[in-house]
Design a binder for this molecule. Structure first.
Ligand code: G6P
Length: 613
C-alpha cells in the first residue's frame, strides 16, 4: 500500500528515487510523485504509474541531492494528480510522502481550517503536513520536533518522510503500522524506503524503524532516532541479506512467471536445514522452544488474509490430520473485530508473505493481549509481524514482487507441513511409517515441482481456448479444496475473469446451476484422497455440458475418459498435492492474463502489501 523513498547525500537524488519507485511499484501504482530540493522545493506528480511521472517531468529541473518520492495505492481521494503525493504544507515549504491512514484527519482538518489553513486535495496526508508546519511555526521548534509533536495528535498508521525547504541538510522519517527502513550509505548518505529493495544496490547496512519512532538523517552522516514520546533510541544497524539479482526479472517477461519458475528452489530453501528424511529429522529451529506448547495446546488458530489464508486452510487439514490438535482458520480482518474467544493455551499462527498486512498484525496484537502464544510464518525478514510474534519460521522464498502470490504460497504450505510433521512426531500422533513416507515425499517435492513446470506449453494451449471465458469454476476436495479457492483467486486477481472455488461436493448445492457449455470447470482430481468422489463430480459437470480441465496424477486413465483437457502432474502424498498442483493453476492464470493483455505483475486496484485495514 504505497511505496515511499527518500534520499540525502552527494549524488543526484532523482535517478535514485525513480529507480526506487519502480522497485516499490508493486505496492501501489495509482499515482506517483517526487519532490526535489536545491534552491527551490520542486514537486512533480501525476496520476498513473511511475512511467507517467517520468513522461511528465521530461525536460524539467530535476537537480538536487535531497528528495522524496511516492507511488500510491489510493485510500482517501480518487487517484488523480491533485491527490498524488508528495503533499505540501500551507507555505509550500514542507513536503511529505505517506503510507498509511490518518484516521482522525477529519477533526484535525477542521481545526486547521479554523486557523486559516486551506487544502487542495482530499487526502488525509495533506492534513498531516499542514499540522507539522502549524506546530513548527507556532511552537517555534525544529522539523524533527514538529514531526514528533504532530504524531502525538495522530490516530492511525503512517510511514512518512518530510522534507523542508529551509532545512536542506536533513530528512525526517517516522513510522507506525506501516514499514520503513533506513539504509546507511557511504560518505554521509542515507536512503529511506518502505522496504529494502530500493536500498540494496547501494548499501547492506540498514536500520528498521519501530512503531512510534521518528528519525532524523542529515548531511553530516548523523542518524538520530527518538520515540514520539521523546525518548532517545540507539539505532540498531542490521546487515541486509537480500541480493540484487533476487529483485530483478532475470530474463523472464514478468516477475510472476519468474517466481512460478523459482519454486523448485524456493521450496528447497524453505526446507533447508529443517528436514533430513534419511535420519527421520524434521525441526523448525525458530520454534523449537515452543514445541511443548504446541503439544499441550488447547487449539491452534491460524490468522491470515488472501493467499496466505488459503495456505492456512491447507495447514488446518494437515495439522488436524497429523497432530490431532483442533485448528481454526480465520480471516484476520474478521477475527480482530468479532470479539473471539482466545485462551492462554491457544497457539495463534499468523501467516503473511509481507509480514506487514494491517489486519493480520492487528489480529496478532489482539491474540497477544489475551495471553496466547503467537507464531509467525512470514517471508519478509524483519517485517512487523515477524518482529511482533513470540517465535516463528521464515519461509525463505526470497522477495516476491508479482502482486499475485505464487512462490510464497507454496513456501507457506511447505513450512506448515514441516510444522505439522515435527509436532506430530514429538507428540506421537503419527504412525512411524506414514511419518517417514511423508518426509521422503517432502524431500522429493522440489524435483516434482520441477517436473510439474513441464506442463507450461500445454497450459498455454488450454489458455488460448479459454481466454475469453467470463466465468470459471474451480473444484477440489479434501486437501485440494483450499487449492481450488487459491486457483480461482489467482485467475480473478490478474485476468479479471470471475472465478469461484468450491469443495467439489458442494457444487450440487448451488454452483451446478451455473454450468452450461460456456462454463470451464477446473477440477483437481489427483489420485489420492476422495478420488472416486471427484470422478462423480466430474460426471455431474459433463452431464451439463461444462468443459472440464482436470489436473490429474501422472498415468491417470479414468479421468482422461471424461475430461476435455487433462494435465498430468507427478503423484505425491495427498497432503502435499496442493504444492505440486499449484503449478498448473498458477500457469493457467498467468497465461490467460497475458493473452487478455492484462498487466500480470500490477493488476488493477490491487497491491502486494495491504498495510491499511
Ligand atoms: C494482498 C496481496 C495478496 C496477499 C494478501 C495477504 O491482497 O495482493 O497476494 O495474499 O495481501 O498478504 P500477506 O503479505 O499478509 O501474505
Amino acid at each position: 500500500m504505497c511505496g515511499i523513498v527518500g534520499y540525502i547525500g552527494n549524488e543526484q537524488a532523482y535517478p535514485i528515487l525513480i529507480k526506487g519507485l519502480k522497485r516499490l511499484e508493486y505496492r501501489g501504482y495509482d499515482s506517483a510523485g517526487v519532490a526535489l530540493l536545491n534552491d527551490n522545493l520542486k514537486v512533480y506528480k501525476s496520476h498513473g504509474k511511475v512511467s507517467e511521472l517520468e513522461k511528465l517531468i521530461t525536460g524539467k529541473d530535476l537537480s538536487g541531492t535531497i528528495g522524496i518520492a511516492h507511488t500510491r495505492w489510493a485510500t482517501h481521494g480518487e487517484p488523480n494528480d491533485i491527490n498524488a503525493h508528495p503533499h505540501s504544507s500551507e507555505s509550500k515549504n514542507l513536503a511529505i510522502i505517506h503510507n498509511g491512514i490518518i484516521e482522525n484527519y477529519g477533526s484535525l482538518k477542521e481545526e486547521l481550517m479554523n486557523r486559516d489553513h486551506s487544502f487542495t486535495s482530499q487526502t488525509d496526508t495533506e492534513v498531516l503536513v499542514h499540522l507539522i508546519e502549524d506546530i513548527q511555526l507556532n511552537e517555534k521548534v525544529d522539523l524533527l520536533e514538529a514531526v514528533r509533536i504532530s504524531l502525538n495528535h495522530v490516530i492511525g498508521a503512517y510511514a512518512i518522510v518530510v522534507i523542508d525547504k529551509n532545512q536542506p541538510d536533513k530528512l525526517i522519517a517516522a513510522k507506525k503500522g506501516s514499514p520503513l527502513v533506513i539504509g546507511i550509505g557511504e560518505e554521509n548518505e542515507f536512503f529511506i524506503a518502505s522496504d529494502a529493495t530500493p536500498i540494496v544496490e547501494y548499501t547492506k547496512n540498514v536500520v528498521y524503524l519501530d512503531d512510534e519512532e521518528v528519525a532524523m538523517v542529515n548531511r553530516q552522516g548523523e542518524l538520530r532516532i527518538k520515540t514520539i514520546r521523546n525518548k532517545e533510541k540507539t539505532p540498531y544497524v542490521q546487515k541486509l541479506e537480500l541480493q540484487l539479482s533476487a529483485i530483478e526479472k532475470s530474463g523472464f517477461p514478468h516477475f510472476m512467471l519468474k517466481e512460478i519458475y523459482e519454486q523448485p528452489r524456493s521450496i528447497k530453501d524453505s526446507m533447508r536445514g529443517r528436514l533430513n528424511a534419511a535420519k527421520g529429522i524434521v525441526t523448525l529451529g525458530g520454534i523449537i522452544d515452543y514445541e511443548q506448547k504446541f503439544i499441550n495446546a488447547r487449539r491452534i488458530i491460524i490468522v491470515a488474509c488472501g493467499t496466505s489464508w488459503h495456505a492456512g486452510l491447507v495447514g488446518e487439514y494437515m495439522l488436524e490430520d497429523l497432530t490431532r490438535i483442533p485448528v481454526e482458520v480465520e480471516y484476520a480482518s474478521e477475527f480482530r473485530y468479532r470479539n473471539p474467544v482466545i485462551y492462554e493455551d491457544d497457539i495463534v499462527i499468523a501467516i503473511s508473505q509481507s509480514g506487514e498486512t494491517a489486519d493480520t498484525l492487528a489480529a496478532v496484537e489482539l491474540a497477544k493481549s489475551k495471553g496466547a502464544t503467537i507464531i509467525g510464518i512470514c517471508n519478509v525478514v524483519g517485517s512487523s509481524i515477524a518482529r511482533t510474534t513470540h517465535a516463528g519460521s521464515y519461509t525463505h522464498a526470497g522477495p516476491e514482487i508479482g502482486v499475485a502470490s505464487t512462490k510464497a504460497f507454496t513456501a507457506q504450505v511447505t513450512i506448515l507441513s514441516l510444522l505439522a510433521l515435527s509436532i506430530a512426531d514429538k507428540k506421537g500422533s503419527i504412525p512411524k511409517n506414514r511419518f517417514y513416507q511423508l518426509l521422503a515425499e517432502m524431500e522429493a517435492l522440489p524435483q516434482k515441482v520441477e517436473t510439474a513446470l513441464e506442463v507450461n506449453n500445454q497450459i498455454l494451449d488450454i489458455s488460448k481456448i479459454f481466454k475469453f471465458a467470463q466465468n470459471f469454476l474451480y473444484l477440489g476436495r479434501g486437501y485440494n479444496f483450499p487449492l481450488a479457492l487459491e486457483g480461482a483467486l489467482k485467475l480473478k486477481e490478474i485476468s479479471y475473469i470471475h472465478a469461484e472455488g468450491y469443495p467439489a461436493a458442494e457444487m450440487k448445492h448451488g454452483p451446478i446451476a451455473l454450468i452450461d457449455a460456456n462454463m470451464p470447470v477446473v477440477v483437481i482430481a489427483t489420485r489420492r484422497g476422495s478420488y472416486d468422489k471427484v470422478i462423480s463430480n466430474i460426471q455431474e459437470v459433463k452431464a451439463r455440458k461444462g468443459s472440464v480441465i482436470a489436473i490429474v496424477s501422472q498415468g491417470d486413465t479414468a479421468v482422461a475418459q471424461m475430461a476435455d483437457y487433462v494435465v498430468e502432474i507427478p503423484d505425491t502424498d495427498e497432503a502435499l498435492v496442493p504444492i505440486v498442483a499449484s503449478i498448473p493453476l498458477q500457469l493457467l492464470s498467468y497465461h490467460i492474463a497475458v493473452l487478455r493483455g492484462c498487466n500480470v505483475d500490477q493488476p488493477r486496484n490491487l497491491a502486494k502489501s495491504v498495510t491499511v485495514e
